[in-house]
Each structure stands twice: as structure tokens, then as C-alpha cells.
Design a protein around this ligand. Sequence first.
Ligand code: PA5
Length: 472
Amino acid sequence: MSKSEIKLYYKNVMADVIGDEHGITALQLEDLGDRTSPLIARLNKERKAGKTPYRDLPYRTETAGRVKELVAEVKDGCEILVVLGIGGSALGNIAVQTALNPYMYNLDESQRDGPKMFVFDNVDPAQFASFLNWAGDKLDKTIFNVISKSGRTAETASQLMIIRELLGPDRFHKQVVATTDTEKGTLRAIADDADLQTLEVPDGVGGRFTVLSAVGLFSAAMCGIDIDALLAGAADMDKRVSREDFVENPAAINAAINHHFYNRGKRNSVIMPYSYALKDMADWYRQLWAESLGKKLDLNGREVRVGPTPIKALGTTDQHSQVQLYREGPNDKLFTFLQVEDFDNDRTIGPAPDCAAELEFLAGKNLSTLLNDEKRATEYALLHDERPCLTVLFDQVNEYTAGQFIYFFEVTTSLVGALFNINPYDQPAVELGKEATFALMGRTGDYKPECSYEQFADKIRAKTDVDQGYLA
Ligand code: PA5
């Protein structure tokens, strides 16, 4: 496995390349460094004071040990692994699996070192029913990893209740691994009651920052991913993103550039991997960015309503779908490409048919060359229209570089939060929708001291029932 460092390439946001109107001048960059360096120091202090425990996940060897122990216990005979979870309890698992296992992992036994893996981070009835119909007798050989900090998330709880009924008490006990809070919460109560095997959702770490804990590590290790290398990559990135010298710290540079462009009206942040393996990292990043940075209040309680909108795209697919807008539409986006030098597998393009001599220029070239040339071509086209572009360069996609990438973006997020002077670790706006679902689904009792769940449900219906007068 190559142990190379991932790198942030930022020349193509500079005024030298895209002009003064849209680019950053050397003086501005210096100024960004002056403003960001003290925040790196502040984050380092907060981390030392135990305020950001996600920063220490790469070093929790006891967690990796417990995960491996449990994998050794349940993997044998397990043909299917199902993860039940949502948001921070699923997106990291999906991202790691897509990044580090082959595309045909589930379909081709020779390409996998573990069970088939499915993540249900939705309650779409057709999807779940189709899986259960397919699984049939194979459910006997399935391990369900239910992941929920609270255990009261309606989606995950409902799936768990379906599985519990299907499996019956004995198999529920044997086939379910619960990843949850060590002490409190509904899933902890269920796990204790059924004497389930459990793993820990670490204290004080919000779901979207948990992928390097047991939340992400168990499914990864079950599917043959080297979790030690993943954590080693993150730990090595930790050293780089803790440096208080701005120019030596890739997360600080990334954060400062993102924050700067937001303040210059580029409020959309497009992440565009040129690697299918990294496609779901873009999804993971989208939640990390949106829930962490989209905030109404700053740390002084002032209403600020900030937050860049994260947009995921995939190269080259979205060249044929989005680039028209990206080039000719409003110049309100910062682009971050993910580029891979060396693909694990490659293919050489065959000769052109005699009747299509105009395709001969492609013959004999590797697909990786085409993919990376398309990235450069798109970047060039965007630069032509003065659009700022960053690139994260991967030598290879492997456990070590994926671990670096995850940690790099987590710390970038903390730093952008510090630049906005907001709290990136809470998500107060998600609660209302969760509570409204409970009310509509018939929860009873007090929603608030002055309002029962029944009254709350009436309020919601009054606003959301279809009014026939407005149907077109
Ligand atoms: O990032 C977050 O905190 C959220 O996305 C949660 O992970 C998500 O809402 C699921 O919550 P829970 O783990 O309590 O089921």
C-alpha cells in the first residue's frame, strides 16, 4: 500500500490564474494566513482541553481492538452485512466501502474478503422489501449492525423493529450488533434488554464526525478493510493539520480559501471526484459541511445565517450534466476536484474500427489517462471562465489516503466553523423535523410543556395537508 501524502493544490484559486476580480492575490492569501493561524492554535487548545474528542479517534487503539475482536467472532459464516443507520450513522460507512472495496464487491465473491454489504439509510418501503425478499433464507447468515447514538431516530428504530420481529428473540440476540451510546438512550436500553453485542458511539462526537470510531470501523473491518491503515492515515494527517504555521497546514489553507470565497459571494462549494471510488466521499462531505456550517447564530448568539451549500458532482459523468451551468451560469461556486494518480486497475483502449478513424487518437491510451485528462480539461474550461478551482491529489486511493482525506476534511470543517465564529458540532435545526415526524406518526405525551404531540400534529397537518384550491 502506498503511504503517500494527499496534497491540496491551490494555485488555481489565485488571481495570477483567474484574474483579480475572482482570484485571491498573494497579499490576500497572506492576510488569510494571519487571520487563520490563531484559530489553528485555538483549535489545538480546545482539543487538548478535551472539547473536540473526534480529533483523538485515530489513536483509540482499544476501539480498533474491540472491533477486530468482534469481527473475529461474527464474520465466520456471515454472508451478508446490513448496516441500519442514517446521516452520520451511515454516510461514512458507505463512503469507506465505496472507496476501498471494488465496484463489483457485492456481486463477485473473488473480489471480496467479507460478506456482501448493504446500508439502509432510508425507509423507502420498496427498497427495504426488495432486500428482504431477496435475502429470504439468507437472513440466517446475516449480521445487522444497527447504528444510532440515540436509538430514537424514527428511520433506524423502525428498521430495527421490523428486523426484530422477523428474526425472533434468539436470532435477534445472535445476529444484531448495536453501535450506540455506552450508557444512555433507547438503543442502549434495547441492546441491554436483548443482551446484544455492542460497540461504542464515542461521547461528545457528533454523528458526522464518527466515521473513524466503531461507527465506521466495524462495517469496514467486516468487509476486509485494513482499519489500522485507515487510522494511521488519519493520525498522520492530524500532524499536518495541527501545525500552527498556516502555509504548512493544508486544512487551514483549505478552510481559509473556502471561507474567503464564501464572503466574496461564492456560496456554493462543488466537490467533484474524478474517481468512482471517491464518489461517496462527496456525499459524506456534503453532510459534514451542511450540518456543521449551516448555522443561524454565531458563538455570541448573533443571528448570522451562514453556510456554504455543498454540491456533489462526479467526473466525468457530470461534465455532461452540470458543466454548462458551472461555466456560463453565475460565478458563485468554488470547485474542489479529487484527482487520483494511480488507479489499482486500469484498461487500455482498443484500436479504432476502420470506419471510425477519427477515434484512433484514443487507441492504446489508458482509461486513467482519459479520466485525468478530462479532469484537466474541465479545470481548464472553468479557469477560462474565471472559476476558482482546488484539487486534492491522491497518489492512490487506499486505506491510508482515505484516512487522511477524512481527517483533512473534518479539521477543515472545524476551521471553517471557527472562521465563521459558529459552533460546527451541533445541528439544532434537524430536531424540529425529527419531532414533527414523531407527532405525525402518533407519538403521545408532551412535545413541549405547553403543547402535546397531538396538538403539534394538528399544527403540522394544518400547514401541510393538500389544499385542493391550489392543485394545478
Ligand atoms: O450527524 C448527525 O449527528 C446526524 O446525522 C445523526 O447521525 C443522525 O441524525 C442519526 O442520529 P442517531 O445516531 O441518533 O440515530
